[in-house]
Design a binder for this molecule. Structure first.
Ligand code: CTP
Length: 418
């Protein structure tokens, strides 16, 4: 161990408090100076003598103990990191609004140290819109949320809400200090800004059993959503048929998500949501055509014969509509997925596309032959509305998202060329 850390462990009132004993023990055994601040209800699960014995420090829940020492300010200012495990639904709500009616609440407000929370509650409470919103608020403020995991809860029920394992919480707590002291925590350069991301691929129904679709997995769009959230944005995702992996990654962080099916539904959702957005990222693959008519009953081959003609009509071009009505200060990012052989062709098609629909930034990538759709990595050229190339980005889809968001931030700040 390189440095002895001052760690405040907040414990709130849930049965998982017994698992927090291990968190305190591991931190203390690693040589750190641990101060446990239980809430009154936490003490109904695990008593003060236990916390004092394993942390080797006195324990108090009240701001009125040891008043001359102004404990909350002292603990808060001295802390290198604060971790709250378990964090109940009630404590997340209090943290989100900055309520400070006990020693833990006042200590959190008096501190500028990284804050880590490990939620634990029943699935219904974790998924309640109020909790979802509170978690979003906390994340937007840079709070690190560990878990919860899925598994057996207090009763016979099973689902998300189970507190993460102590080792994972300890690791996240120490990592929070590391990233902060090395200065490579994600910059909060989108803090509080509303970012709207479309992700996935639309499906256009032909009849009750068939549809026209595309190969978009939603991975790149979800990577944008997660990257923007990590930079402090308040993110809304309009999700069209995500593959299970990006869908799970998105569900884990509980970003505000609107599920849509068709190009028309996606267009309506963008129309509604883009009004208040500072940034719109149009990563979804949206159908350009939809069946002219929907057959109410399954189309039978006996009726169609040997050949079948399917009549398609153009869908609304959502990106084109957005950029035709620019909102001052709002940045729109478009995408171009092209089947090309080299970068020159890609840039040529991208320039044509951005001339037709002048998004502030256009992210162009080659697709087909195993590239693009469904892959974990991406390789893209980023152009401005006037067709200038501002970046060649490659790497994981998250890295691509962050590189593009760097350009978005530059545009928002009015730094001239992104
Ligand atoms: N897009 C859209 N609405 C559509 C189709 C596409 O908003 N109905 C958006 C996509 O989300 C993406 C961008 O437009 O950001 C690129 O779409 P694409 O279909 O590749 O471009 P087109 O201009 O339709 O050109 P083409 O089909 O000729 O490649």
């Amino acid at each position: 161990m390189t440095r002895v850390l001052d760690v405040v462990v907040g414990v709130t009132g849930g049965i998982a408090a017994y698992k927090a004993v291990q968190v305190v023990r591991d931190l203390a055994l690693a040589g750190h100076n641990v101060h446990v601040i239980p809430t009154d209800s936490a003490l109904r699960f695990v008593g003060a003598p236990t916390w004092e014995a394993i942390s080797h420090n006195p324990v108090s829940t009240s701001v009125f103990d040891d008043v001359s020492a102004v404990r909350h300010v002292a603990l808060g200012q001295r802390a290198d990191v604060i971790v709250i495990a378990p964090a109940t639904a009630n404590s997340l709500a209090k943290l989100a609004t900055g309520l400070a009616d006990d020693l833990l609440g006042t200590t959190v407000l008096a501190s500028r140290a990284p804050l880590v929370v490990a939620p634990a509650m029943h699935t219904e409470m974790w998924q309640h819109p109020a909790t979802v919103r509170n978690v979003q608020t906390l994340r937007a403020r840079g709070v690190i949320v560990v878990g919860p995991g899925s598994g057996r809860l207090t009763g016979a029920d099973v689902g998300p809400g189970r507190m993460s394992e102590p080792a994972e919480i300890v690791a996240a707590t120490l990592a929070a200090v590391d990233t902060r002291s090395h200065g490579d925590a994600p910059a909060q350069d989108l803090a509080g800004l509303r970012v709207l991301v479309t992700a996935g691929g639309t499906r256009e129904p032909i009849d009750p059993v068939r549809y026209l679709a595309n190969r978009s997995s939603g991975k790149q769009g979800v990577a944008f959503a997660l990257a923007a959230a990590a930079r402090g944005a308040v993110v809304t995702v309009i999700a069209a048929h995500l593959d299970p992996q990006p869908a799970a990654a998105l569900a884990e962080v509980q970003l505000n998500t609107i599920e849509v099916g068709t190009a028309a539904e996606l267009g309506d959702a963008v129309e509604r949501e883009a009004v208040s957005a500072a940034v719109v990222v149009m990563a979804a693959a949206i159908a350009d055509f939809t069946p002219a008519e929907f057959a109410e009953r399954k189309i039978k081959k006996a009726v169609s014969g040997e050949r079948m003609d399917l009549h398609l009509v153009r869908t609304v071009d959502v990106l084109a509509a957005l950029v035709s009505r620019p909102v001052p200060g709002r940045i729109v990012v478009g995408f171009a997925a092209e089947t090309v052989d080299d970068r020159e062709q890609l840039v040529h098609l991208a320039r044509e596309k951005v001339a037709r629909k002048p998004a502030d930034l256009l992210v162009a990538n080659a697709v087909g032959a195993g590239r693009g759709f469904g892959a974990d990595d991406n390789d893209a050229v980023v152009l401005t509305a006037s067709g200038d190339i501002v970046a060649d980005v490659s790497g994981t889809k998250r890295a691509v998202a962050d590189a593009v968001l760097d350009r978005v931030v530059a545009l928002l700040r009015g730094d001239g060329k992104p």
